[in-house]
Design a protein around this ligand. Structure first.
Ligand SMILES: NC(=O)c1ccc[n+]([C@@H]2O[C@H](COP(=O)([O-])OP(=O)(O)OC[C@H]3O[C@@H](n4cnc5c(N)ncnc54)[C@H](O)[C@@H]3O)[C@@H](O)[C@H]2O)c1
Length: 246
């Protein structure tokens, strides 16, 4: 049986990945720093275990992997945060927090899992970047830098770990109507403007992202490693198209 460990799976995109994976026959590790949320999601799934742990803490990550009890065939490094601030107003504490969770946490979980995958002939890792890794935006502190780091880290892991049969890819979600962006899209005017700016003319959903993650993780993508796929309805390519001609 295939198994997947999803970090940050108590809410948003991670919860969607956990639910979709369970519906497709995976055994699921629902890992989150929010123990109550992880338990709620795991209890609602047919074959899942709640794993409490902070991705910044290597001992907690090892304990979560031990509790899962097998080398996962798939790991989804989804736990992430954003701290809203312009760079001039960004506290060093918040700068470090987003880097520690989004980038260093991805490294800690991926390496711990890869060491176990190596012993079992391979596996697949999917990391969460963001379109902000490519088009930075403003007022989101170290988030774009942390996510740009995730893309380059993905590339490096993919070439170092290919010899062990471990594929590593990432996805870059765009304007997603869910998860950490829920408060942003609670405003109907923001929904209208942002949805209208997307070439596919709608906001994305957590399930749109989960579909791409599970495809990249699956054997169907067995010859793909080190790639980033934007799940954004075309928005990162639309800057020039959205400018008026006159
Ligand atoms: N929702 C979006 O618009 C969007 C867009 C682009 C990228 N992303 C990325 O997708 C991923 C998921 O985002 P989301 O929108 O579902 O967010 P979310 O806030 O809904 O969920 C994030 C989950 O991560 C958990 N978490 C936070 N810090 C943790 C830590 N240190 N250790 C373990 N778990 C931790 C939280 O408890 C939460 O359950 C993030 O990496 C985010 O940067 C989201």
């Amino acid at each position: 049986m295939k198994s997947v460990l999803v970090t940050g799976a108590a809410a948003g995109i991670g919860e969607s990945v956990a639910r979709m994976a369970a519906s497709r026959g995976y055994r699921v590790g629902v890992m989150d720093v929010n123990a109550e949320g992880a338990a709620r999601v795991a209890q609602s799934l047919p074959n899942a275990v709640a794993l409490c742990g902070d991705v910044r803490d290597p001992d907690a990550v090892e304990a979560a992997l031990d509790q899962f009890g097998e080398a996962p065939s798939v790991v989804v490094n989804n736990a992430g945060i954003v701290r809203f601030a312009s760079l001039m107003d960004h506290t060093l504490e918040d700068w470090k927090l987003a880097l520690d969770i989004n980038l260093t946490g991805t490294f800690i979980v991926a390496r711990a899992a890869a060491l176990r995958m190596r012993e079992h002939g391979g596996g697949s890792i999917v990391n969460l970047a963001s379109i902000n890794a490519i088009n930075p935006g403003t007022g989101i502190g170290s988030y774009p830098a942390s996510k740009a780091g995730v893309i380059r880290l993905t590339e490096q892991m993919s070439i170092e770990w290919a010899q062990y049969g471990i594929r590593v890819n990432c996805v870059a979600p765009g304007f997603i109507d869910g998860g950490m962006s829920t408060p942003i899209y609670a405003n109907p005017e923001v929904r209208r403007i942002r949805g209208g700016a997307v070439p596919l003319k709608r906001l994305g959903t957590c399930d749109d992202v989960a579909e791409a993650i599970l495809w990249l993780a699956s054997d169907a993508a067995g010859y793909i490693t080190g790639q980033n796929i934007a799940i954004d309805g075309g928005v990162i390519n639309s800057v020039i198209a959205n400018l008026p001609r006159v």
